[in-house]
Design a protein around this ligand. Structure first.
Ligand code: 5GP
Length: 128
């Protein structure tokens, strides 16, 4: 389940790569053979889970273009599993994926933030 050619821009020592290798601990919520879900170290909501693919993808764009259909399906199945596991429906939730410098993406391994557990605020607060 690995892509045909690695992305040379991928940093194999980013923090999520190290979590995947077991070099840094995480509070695991769910995993399957293509994805891992764990609590964000800095919670922005009562439920704040990060879901990441096991494969080496820098961001959403890289994942969508290079991952196999099976990896993509299993990744989103993992997200859906966590939604159910955390009882986020019917109240609802928010999915965020930061991509590139304008977004403020800090960790260069594709991830989605799954946020919920209370009424969430406005989507964005514009900086002045
Ligand atoms: P980004 O800004 O890249 O979308 O979000 C990266 C997220 O990773 C941040 O919300 C940050 O709190 C989280 N994070 C950074 N380092 C660690 C870590 O070592 N463990 C966990 N669980 N989360 C981390």
């Amino acid at each position: 389940m690995t892509p045909t050619a690695p992305n040379p821009a991928y940093d194999p020592n980013n923090v999520f790569a190290r979590i995947l290798r077991g070099e840094i601990p995480c509070h695991k919520v769910y995993e399957n053979d293509a994805a891992l879900a764990f609590h964000d170290i800095t919670s922005a909501a009562p439920v704040h889970v990060l879901v990441i693919p096991r494969g080496a993808y820098t961001d959403f764009h890289d994942f969508t273009r290079r991952a196999t259909p099976e990896e993509i399906a299993k990744f989103w199945q993992a997200v859906d599993h966590v939604v159910q596991q955390e009882n986020l429906l019917p109240a609802g939730f928010r999915l965020i994926t930061n991509t590139g410098p304008d977004s403020g993406q800090e960790v260069p391994h594709f991830h989605v933030h799954l946020l919920g557990g209370e009424k969430l605020g406005p989507l964005l607060s514009r900086k002045s």
